[in-house]
Design a protein around this ligand. Structure first.
Ligand SMILES: Cc1cc2nc3c(=O)[nH]c(=O)nc-3n(C[C@H](O)[C@H](O)[C@H](O)COP(=O)(O)OP(=O)(O)OC[C@H]3O[C@@H](n4cnc5c(N)ncnc54)[C@H](O)[C@@H]3O)c2cc1C
Length: 472
């Protein structure tokens, strides 16, 4: 980056808002998909929408590619700056700007950490429902970028159902203010379109979110199985029975061992092949009306024990184990590849077994911990990135898993996005004309293709449309 441009950016953001030192830039070379790395040329840390807009105006004039970054916990390479350029981080935009208790919404800066939002509003008897397992680190802006899910999205719906408004800094530095919460927007639903756009339509600097009343009663139980298939079948049965607990999660034996060996130890039984974590919320009557039939289904499917959490502390522990599961897998190997696919819930058992077979045939260690109620599988492969042959086998297994899932009527991603990881697999699901339609939408927001280039849409699709990779 030209020194004069760097100087101009320092004037716009202050010296602490510009990182150009190569050693410090290393921290930004990848997100949670550590297999793919590329350092940005510069990292910019605005404090306000106006600072972000000023920086974007300079970068747009200089035709510098821009990648937005929340906490970098994404697992599909979304925040990896594949073409270098500038990375705009939201670590200095962490203010809760407004809490409107009566109208049940909050307005926050994009860098607010997910769990901090709930901590800020719980005294009002409210919470923010989407709860990715990474919620202690990931940001609301990143959640918007990926349309993130979480264990409790089974009942409450993913991020898109909870975003009421946005302030967006566009590619050219202009500001689009859609922050007024409107349940039915006048005109096109641009907020709906933006959620899940993986940083390719603009940068959200402020987010208006829906808040949900804290339920009067929350109960959690753990059903213990000696067979993973049986746990999957219990989930399929409960969906067929129209039961709606707030969360339905499965952890398999390898995951249980990793969790129990780690600081997240939750008291999961080591002898189990799988545990099913079930939570219900509402009034006493509603909770009982959900949990009693859930328990009956689990027992009919062979659960050897159903343990109900007896206190809030016990409940928190069960969830800490689930939410710490990916981290705990550091006990198995130094690196973890977290796949993210969705399967029809009637085919849970079949596709869990297929992923296990695919990994076993390639001598890989695969653990399952997943949002079972949503059919959102996470086959997690532990590996060591220094072993090139193992890396090759991991990638091969992940390709194969995506193919069998799509062939079975599933989809490429449940919540982690397409990013860099699954870009070329989009052609498994979409025809060329569909991909071209996506390119057109993208170009309506960002005609210069400077925002998060090289993500989501397969490279060939956009090139064919314009005859070039990017108009310069
Ligand atoms: C241990 C672990 C557990 C996880 N569990 C879950 C889970 O349960 N559910 C789930 O959905 N995900 C989960 N994830 C994935 C990840 O945490 C989510 O995708 C999360 O939303 C990313 O937030 P972030 O702030 O880290 O965003 P980043 O990774 O920094 O960015 C994600 C994407 O959003 C874009 N972006 C970031 N900020 C903005 C902004 N302000 N405006 C526009 N675009 C932006 C980026 O360019 C990128 O494309 C998990 C990850 C880990 C490491």
């Amino acid at each position: 980056m030209k020194p004069a441009v760097l100087e101009e950016l320092r004037e716009a953001l202050g010296p602490a808002g510009v990182i150009a030192d190569p050693t410090r830039l290393l921290a930004y070379e990848c997100d949670g998909l550590a297999l793919l790395r590329q350092k940005p040329d510069v990292v910019l840390l605005p404090r306000t929408t106006e600072e972000c807009a000023r920086a974007m105006r300079i970068l747009h004039r200089e035709k510098v590619p821009v990648v937005g970054r929340g906490a970098g916990t994404g697992l599909s390479g979304g925040a990896t700056p594949v073409e270098g350029g500038a990375l705009i981080g939201f670590a200095r935009m962490r203010d809760v700007l407004e809490v409107n208790v009566a109208d049940r919404y909050a307005r926050v800066q994009a860098g607010v950490v997910n769990v901090d939002l709930t901590l800020a509003v719980e005294k009002h008897g409210l919470f923010y429902a989407p709860d990715p397992s990474s919620q202690a680190a990931c940001t609301i802006g990143g959640n918007v970028g990926e349309n993130s899910g979480g264990p409790h999205c089974f009942k409450h719906g993913a991020t898109t159902r909870h975003i009421l408004g946005l302030v967006i800094v566009r590619d050219d530095g202009s500001v689009l203010d859609l922050s007024l919460p409107r349940p039915d927007p006048d005109g096109f639903d641009l907020v709906g379109l933006f959620v899940g756009s993986e940083g390719m339509f603009g940068l959200a600097t402020e987010v208006t979110v829906r808040l949900v009343p804290t339920p009067p009663v929350t109960e959690t139980f753990l059903a213990i199985f000696t067979d993973l298939d049986a746990a999957c079948d219990a989930v399929s049965d409960s969906i067929a029975a129209h039961l709606e607990p707030s969360a339905l999660e499965i952890l398999d034996r390898l995951t249980i061992e990793a969790v129990e060996d780690s600081v997240f130890a939750a008291g999961y039984p080591r002898e189990a092949e799988a545990v099913l974590l079930v939570e219900a919320e509402g009034t006493d009557v509603e909770v009982e009306a959900t949990l009693a039939p859930m328990k009956a289904i689990a027992e009919r499917r062979g659960a050897i024990e159903v343990r109900r959490a007896r206190s809030a502390t016990e409940r928190k522990k069960l969830w800490a184990g689930r939410k710490g599961a990916f981290g705990a897998m550091g006990r198995i190997a130094p690196d973890l590849y977290v796949a993210d696919v969705v399967v029809p819930r009637t085919k849970l058992r079949e596709l869990v077994a297929e992923s296990t077979r695919i990994a076993r045939e390639r001598r890989l260690k695969l653990a399952n911990v997943f949002h079972a109620g949503d059919g959102n599988l996470h086959p997690n492969i532990s590996y060591d990135r220094r072993d090139k042959d193992e890396v090759r086998r991991v990638l091969e297994a992940s390709d194969e898993i995506m193919k069998v899932v799509v062939a079975a009527g599933g989809s490429l991603t449940g919540e982690h996005g397409v990013g860099l990881e699954k870009q070329e697999f989009m052609s498994l699901v979409f025809e060329e004309r569909d991909l071209h339609a996506m390119c057109r939408v993208r170009e309506a927001w960002d005609p210069g293709r400077l925002l998060n280039p090289g993500k989501l849409i397969p490279v060939h699709a956009c090139r064919e449309m314009r005859g070039t990779e990017r108009p310069r």
